[in-house]
Design a binder for this molecule. Structure first.
Ligand SMILES: Cc1cc2nc3c(=O)[nH]c(=O)nc-3n(C[C@H](O)[C@H](O)[C@H](O)COP(=O)(O)OP(=O)(O)OC[C@H]3O[C@@H](n4cnc5c(N)ncnc54)[C@H](O)[C@@H]3O)c2cc1C
Length: 423
């Protein structure tokens, strides 16, 4: 029997297992998936927990619910990959050999990367919302908080879901208004970027929302340390910002198992071919989701589009054919903007988020780069789609490749896009 091993049973790994189990003859192929945790987390839901909109029950289900019959599931931490010998070594030193390996170990927050961040104020006045523990601890804190200086700091890029920090401050503005204490809370978003977001056109629109809501923006702030005694964050160039409550998006890094395997870059992300999703180092290793070093967003939507491409290319590799499916960096994100409204952005490696309608050109029902109630409903409806279709590997009416249909292209961008296509 031949064997495909999938490392990581989060969004990407679970989708791949489901797709492959439908396509391959399980009498010829053994499909093994490995993960250290038995719980599957719907991470986009973490955003809503601090504000009491979601509870733990909304975002956690047993992983087992999503694994197809006839596949081999191992709950264990992965110690390392020995790629030269086509094998994976588990925590208990058991060895799994493979013909093909799919790495889907995601990314995790590493608060220890910033001096003082996880010291005495951790989970007292400093919280993250990128973990279930952080999001629930923050919910407990906010319930009784009477106001002060709230600072949200992004330690460094890349982070998963780069719009989540913006959504957090928009929802915080709403939350404090509803509690009747908005005038007692000073909200500041502190980012290492030179604008509110990575993509200039969207950054302009989102920066406008910050202004409207009276949220301060501090740019090009590269955090060096947290002063726990004085309650301030200090940048490498010695700028200081005081806080009463610090919400941090700590450094995001790939799994430590990748570091131990010698397969990652300085942040443990794996050098991956940006179009084929094959590892740059080994032909029988493919990489998907947050674990890659690709210049696309680290988002569940990206993992979903990548899964179609990876599936085609892995099947081609198995049949000894060239890898012809090409990932274009397609990302698609709803952005909660507060007041029961939201935005939607759709972009790829070459094309910035543009205005228009999605997914049906000219009709929608969603509007690109525009604040609407329908976009908010789309964001909230996504949880159902995630649990019931997306991670089960079901076909969704969304193309892996980004489409220009329904998008309004400003003239300069049209020229750039045409030039890129010709090249
Ligand atoms: C607050 C927040 C909001 C978000 N909002 C959105 C959104 O609105 N839209 C969107 O598209 N995306 C969003 N995302 C991002 C999205 O959740 C991730 O991009 C997506 O889950 C990535 O999938 P993945 O499979 O690559 O990684 P994950 O789903 O994180 O899975 C990785 C798996 O690998 C396992 N693993 C790692 N290391 C080991 C090891 N050594 N041994 C064994 N197992 C291991 C982990 O246990 C985990 O199960 C959000 C994320 C956060 C944190």
């Amino acid at each position: 029997m031949k064997r495909i091993v999938i490392l990581g049973a989060g969004t990407a790994g679970t989708m791949m297992l489901n797709k492959l189990s439908k396509a391959l003859d399980l009498k010829e192929w053994k499909l093994t998936i490995v993960d250290k945790e038995e719980a599957h987390y719907y991470q986009p839901g973490f955003l809503f927990i601090p504000f009491g909109k979601y509870s733990k029950e909304d975002v956690i289900k047993p992983k087992q619910n999503f694994f197809p019959k006839g596949t081999d599931v191992i709950y264990s931490a992965i110690d390392r990959i020995d790629a030269e010998n086509n094998s994976v070594i588990l925590e208990n030193q058991e060895t799994l050999t493979y013909d093909y390996l799919i790495i889907a170990t995601g990314s995790e927050i590493c608060p220890d990367e910033v001096e003082g961040l996880s010291d005495e104020l951790w989970h007292k006045s400093i919280f993250d919302f990128y973990t279930i523990e952080g999001a629930t601890a923050l919910a407990g804190f906010l319930k009784d908080w009477e106001g002060g200086k709230m600072v949200l700091n992004i330690a460094e890029m890349p982070i998963k879901c780069p719009v989540a920090p913006l959504e957090f401050v928009f929802l915080a503005d709403d939350y404090f208004k509803d509690k009747g204490i908005r005038d007692k809370v000073d909200i500041t978003l502190v980012t290492p970027l030179d604008a509110a977001f990575t993509k200039p056109v969207a950054a302009k629109a989102l920066g406008g929302f910050l202004d409207e809501k009276g949220i301060n923006l501090v740019t090009e702030f590269n955090i060096g340390r947290v002063d726990n005694e004085q309650k301030k964050i200090v940048s490498w160039d010695e700028r200081e910002i005081d806080f009463d409550l610090l919400i941090t998006i700590p450094t995001n890094m790939g799994s430590k198992a990748i570091e131990r395997s010698g397969l990652g870059d300085e942040l443990n992300f794996i050098p991956t071919n940006k179009h084929t999703l094959q590892s740059e180092a080994y032909d029988n290793i493919f990489v998907i989701g947050d674990a890659t070093n690709l210049p696309s967003s680290k988002a569940g939507s990206v993992a979903h589009f990548e899964s179609d491409i990876l599936f085609e290319n892995l099947m081609a590799a198995i049949e000894g054919k060239p890898l012809e499916a090409s990932f274009d960096g397609h990302a698609n994100c709803f952005i909660e903007s507060g007041g029961g409204k939201g935005l939607l952005i759709d972009f790829n490696y070459d094309v910035e988020p543009l205005p228009g309608k999605f997914p049906i050109p000219g009709i929608g029902p969603f509007s690109l780069l525009k604040e609407t109630r329908m976009n908010h409903l789309g964001k909230m409806g996504f949880k159902w789609l995630y649990w019931n279709a997306l991670i089960k590997g079901k076909e969704l009416p969304l193309d892996a490749q980004m489409s220009m249909a329904g998008k309004q292209v400003p003239e300069t961008q049209e020229q750039e896009t045409r030039t890129l296509k010709l090249n």
